[in-house]
Design a protein around this ligand. Sequence first.
Ligand code: AMP
Length: 221
Amino acid sequence: MNTNKTYRLVLLGAPGAGKGTQAERLTEKYSVPQISTGVILRAAIEAGTDLGKKVKELIENGKLVPDEDVVAIVGQRIAEKDCENGFILDGFPRTIPQAEALDRLLDENGTALDAVLSIEVKDEDIVTRMSGRRVCKKCGASYHVVYKRPKNGNLCDNCGTELVSREDDKVEVVMGRLEAYHKQTAPLKDYYAAKGLLVTVQGREELADTSAAVDEALKNL
Ligand code: AMP
């Protein structure tokens, strides 16, 4: 790999906009790891760690977990060797203080973000999409019963584990998560636009169309 080229990317978008799916794809394309705070937090809940116990109720109710917890997770993760040439951050940052903390973390290492990609999907489409979402409890991969079907029944393509619906994908919780997105996360678009980092794509119904739009938007990286 060309070690001068870096891919330090943030994916923004409402819950269910397709961040995770695009992150999984981009991680292969650029050979850098995906860092999904949602996947890490759900794994902590599953494992019953102190962090998991602390955040379980917040997550199941569609509330954001405290900035300090997610900043600590990301700070540790991006310091690992495999993040040297970049990472795809999916679901972090979600608030302005998190974005500022990320800037500081990168600055301390003499690095910076290369781009921030926002995937735009209308709220009414989000609610429909979320009802068909399925995730793997073991490895965190995400699927959709219509748009991104697993190859083999209801089993994860990566590890064969049975897929489940997320507690926080219930309609009433999704509405709260959308509200949190609009209030706390959407302002990050202006934050990154002011730094000249923001690129925006429309999330489309067909995964292939969204992927093509993402590749086009990131082609000058
Ligand atoms: P996600 O899988 O990205 O939709 O995240 C699922 C849930 O985890 C969110 O609804 C939040 O409760 C929590 N979460 C994930 N990432 C963050 C973050 N960066 N800041 C605060 N809470 C988060």
